[in-house]
Design a protein around this ligand. Sequence first.
Ligand code: NAD
Ligand code: ZN
Ligand code: ZN
Length: 343
Amino acid sequence: MRAIQLTAPGTLELVEVPTPTPGPGEVLLATAAVGACHSDLHILDAPAGSFPTPMTLGHEIAGRVAEVGSGVTGWSQGDAVAVYGIIGCGRCRACLRGLENQCRTVPVGGIGLSRDGGLADHVVVPADRLLPLGELDPVQGAPLTDAGLTPYHAIALSRDALRPGTSAVVIGVGGLGHMAVQILSVTTAATIIAVDTSEAALRLAKRMGAHHTVQAGPGAAEQIRQLTGPAPDGAEVVLDFVCVDASLDTARQVVSTGGQLTLVGLGGGTLPMTPTAGPPPVPLETSAVIPFWGTRAELAEVIALGKQGLLRAEVQTFPLTEAVQAYQALRDGEIHGRAVIVP
Ligand code: NAD
Ligand code: ZN
Ligand code: ZN
């Protein structure tokens, strides 16, 4: 079968590999759609030894059951499914509470991160990672599993703070951010302020339900403050889907006293938080959280939103033969919403 593999650090290639066979408790999926996440670019750029090679990328997967391994019940050939990508140990304190995204035993990993992912004609996954998609188009189902789930989880962490009359700022309206705008819109009554460097992304944000859009840059914090009011007022929640120095600087300047900074992007910027004798770098009582992906229960809720038509990814589709070009387009800022590879 064909697969898009990380063959060496920085090298992504279309290669021919044997079709895998499902072991006990596993299923073989015929992949139907796989989202191209910006994290895959971070994986590509990571130093040698950070990720296994060769490894098939793709951690946002929808497909159909092609074959079930021994001991698997409840799934039959042809079932349309979405894949929950995290594989926790299932036994630690966090996993027992359903927080496999905080597993205490298995380091950050999963399908397409620490073992072969979905950017191939077929992928083997543990059967308990599957959720039914039913009639939902797999091209829509795939982005729900990360571009939908990660912001859904991040927003859930701040659910109590997002009361009517509050403001939420979304920085970076790409694959995750455009889903975040919709999730805020359908699950909260907060005023949504979207920020991006790209005008096309800001237009997308408006269509997804943002009340205001602000061009990222040196004047962004002041423009947001005109909408939220001056300190100590501000945005109760700032979701940063970029997390480079510039976006973190905006986030810190617009968050309210007692507000929450939700740092999702893997941009690697620095955010000073410790109090000083002078003006503090962030308002008093500010908290910051670094969310990771989400839980299986949350993915079921995200899929429910998708089935209700309340959460819909803006997608650009590519055949598997053009996956490498799709990632280049993502790097060049040419993707609006999510690139989805359709093997
Ligand atoms: P994307 O490339 O689709 O979107 C990024 C968006 O940010 C684009 O619209 C871009 O124009 C915008 N942007 C870039 N620089 C900006 C700046 N300085 N200010 C404002 N906007 C800016 O990426 P994505 O797939 O949505 O992923 C977003 C980030 O989240 C990546 O770093 C990714 O690795 C990370 N991520 C984290 C998790 C997690 O669990 N924490 C999960 C998935 C992805
Ligand atoms: Zn991802
Ligand atoms: Zn665990």
